[in-house]
Design a protein. Structure first.
Length: 256
């Protein structure tokens, strides 16, 4: 392994964040070192000395990692906040359209269940709007250099996790209240058109598809939240300075 490869590998082990952005940053460092080595070799230095001089010019891995980690952490927070700001309103709009079209799991429930469903639906909308508003605020703050990236990224992760768990849990509760039946009866239910004329004699096609898509999006949101929280925690400058053991594989950086 050359001096350049060792330097970039150590830097790659010291920073954490979105894989694509991280690879791009490491590639820039690698290419910049190669250019510096070529310039030193043209001035008469031997390859080993040229590489050592180029690496010294770039500074220590700890110093460079701290600078790059701040950007990677900010990028992760920005992406997470934007994801929440787009996905949550889209799900709310999709479900509003579905319910307005008269499609759900089963026939209309009694008056008591209807009031409960309305209250739960309002809570889902409140959680969705709150999560979207928080995400938009955090998204804007990530562009401020004075804003602490680790804090913003952690808050974006918490917003995504709480929003997904809140809307998901309330939605399950709401639809169970609507159905007012055992889970085993769900497979035989559908509503098409006017809820007042709903029947329960066929499979829940549109509703099943909508639930599957919503479930997948909420699980993806939890994954995004976990990634943001992991980056915020592992992006501690003290951890970046320590890095990982030097025995880690050289290709862990992914810059090749």
């Amino acid at each position: 392994m050359t001096t350049i490869d060792a330097y970039v590998s150590e830097l790659g082990r010291a920073v954490h964040g979105p894989a694509r952005v991280r690879r791009s940053m490491l590639r820039e460092v690698h290419d910049g070192l190669v250019d510096a080595v070529e310039a030193y070799e043209e001035s008469g230095l031997d390859p080993d000395t040229a590489q050592a001089r180029a690496v010294a010019d770039f500074g220590s891995v700890a110093e460079l990692a701290e600078l790059y980690q701040a950007e990677l952490t900010a990028r992760r927070g920005r992406v997470t906040a934007l994801y929440v700001a787009i996905v949550f309103p889209a799900m709310m709009l999709g479900w509003d359209l579905l319910w307005r079209a008269g499609m759900s799991w089963g026939p209309p429930p009694g008056p008591e269940q209807v009031e409960r469903v309305r209250s739960l639906a309002t809570l889902v909308d409140i959680v969705t709007v709150a999560a979207t508003g928080a995400a938009l605020t955090l998204f804007g703050l990530t562009f401020l250099r004075s804003a602490p990236p680790r804090v913003l990224t952690a808050l974006a992760g918490v917003t995504a996790a709480v929003g997904a768990l809140g809307t998901g849990g309330l939605s399950v509760w709401m639809n169970m209240a609507w159905m007012n039946v055992a889970w085993m009866d769900v497979v035989s239910m559908t509503v098409v058109g006017d809820p007042a004329t709903a029947t329960a004699d066929s499979t829940p096609g549109p509703a099943m598809l909508a639930y599957s898509v919503s479930g997948a999006l909420l699980l993806a949101t939890l994954g995004v939240a976990a990634g943001a929280l992991r980056t915020a925690i592992s992006g501690d400058p003290a951890r970046s300075r320590r890095g990982r053991p030097r025995s880690a594989p050289a290709d862990a950086t992914g810059y090749r």
